[in-house]
Design a protein around this ligand. Structure first.
Ligand code: SAH
Ligand code: DHB
Ligand code: MG
Length: 222
C-alpha cells in the first residue's frame, strides 16, 4: 500500500463528500502565501471535526493551535449563530493570517483568536471564569499534550468531547524508548487520559493526504 494510493482515496472521498468553498480554498492559499507550514488538517479531516461538533451540539469550542484557521473554519461553521469558538495561537503572524481567513469566512464575530503560549491563555480563561466548552480540539505543540488535556478537563462539563490531533505520527507513538519531546508528550497524554476516571476514550490510526497519523477522542463523564 503506497502513499500515492492513500492520496488517491482521499481525493476520491473529498471530491464527492467535501466540497470546499472559496473561504476554505482561500484560507489554504493565503496560509501558503504567508509561508505557514502546510500542516492544517486535510479537507476530509476538517469535515470530520465539523460533523463531530454538530453531533456534539457544540455551542462553545476551544481550539489549541490555530495556524491559518483552516480547522477553525470547519469547527466554527458547526456552531449556532450565538456560538463561540476561542482558538489559541502562539505565533502572532499565524494569528494574523488566521484572522483574515476567518473574516473571509464570515466567522470574525464567532471566533476569537488569542495570541500567546496556550498554557498562559488557558490559565487566563480559567481566571476569567469562562463558561465550560463543549468540544476541544488540541493541535499545537505536542510536548504539552498532557497539560492541554488536563486543562481541557478543567474547562469542560460532563459530556464534553476532547479531540487530540497527530497522536500516531508515523507510528512513533508506540516507541517507548523515544526521546522526541512530541512522542514523549503524546505518550504521557495517553497515560493522563487512561488514568483519569472522568474520561472515556479511544484512539484511531488514519492514513491519507496527511500521511500516517491518528486522532484521540475522549468524552468527559459525569
Ligand atoms: N489546527 C490547525 C493546525 C495547527 S498547527 C489546522 O489544522 O488548521 C499547530 C499550531 O500550534 C501552529 O500554528 C503553532 O504556532 C501553534 N503552537 C505551537 N506551540 C504553541 C503554544 N505553546 N501555544 C499555542 N500555540 C502553539
Ligand atoms: C505537525 C503539526 C500538526 O498539527 C500536524 O497536523 C502535522 C504536523 C508538525 O508540527 O510537524
Ligand atoms: Mg495537527
Amino acid at each position: 500500500m503506497s502513499e500515492q494510493q492513500w492520496n488517491a482515496v482521499d481525493a476520491y472521498f473529498t471530491d464527492l463528500l467535501v466540497p470546499e468553498d472559496d473561504a476554505l480554498t482561500e484560507a489554504v492559499t493565503a496560509s501558503d502565501a504567508a509561508g505557514l507550514p502546510p500542516i492544517a488538517v486535510a479537507p476530509n479531516q476538517g469535515k470530520l471535526l465539523h460533523l463531530l461538533a454538530l453531533t456534539q451540539g457544540a455551542r462553545r469550542i476551544l481550539e489549541i493551535g490555530t495556524l491559518g484557521g483552516y480547522s477553525t473554519i470547519w469547527l466554527g461553521r458547526a456552531l449556532p449563530a450565538d456560538g463561540q469558538l476561542v482558538s489559541l495561537e502562539y505565533n502572532p503572524a499565524h494569528a494574523d493570517v488566521a484572522r483574515a481567513n476567518l473574516a473571509r469566512a464570515g466567522l470574525d464575530k464567532t471566533v476569537e483568536v488569542r495570541v500567546g503560549a496556550a498554557l498562559d491563555s488557558l490559565a487566563q480563561l480559567e481566571s476569567e471564569g469562562a463558561e465550560p466548552f463543549d468540544l476541544f480540539f488540541i493541535d499545537a505543540d505536542k510536548a504539552n499534550n498532557p497539560h492541554y488535556v488536563e486543562w481541557a478537563v478543567k474547562l469542560s462539563r460532563p459530556g464534553s468531547l476532547i479531540i487530540v490531533d497527530n497522536v500516531v505520527r508515523g507510528g512513533t507513538v508506540a516507541d517507548a524508548t523515544s526521546d522526541d519531546p512530541a512522542v514523549v508528550g503524546t505518550r504521557r497524554m495517553f497515560e493522563v487520559v487512561s488514568e483519569n476516571p472522568r474520561l472515556t476514550a479511544t484512539a484511531v490510526q488514519t492514513v491519507g493526504a496527511r500521511g500516517y497519523d491518528g486522532l484521540l477522542l475522549a468524552r468527559v463523564t459525569g
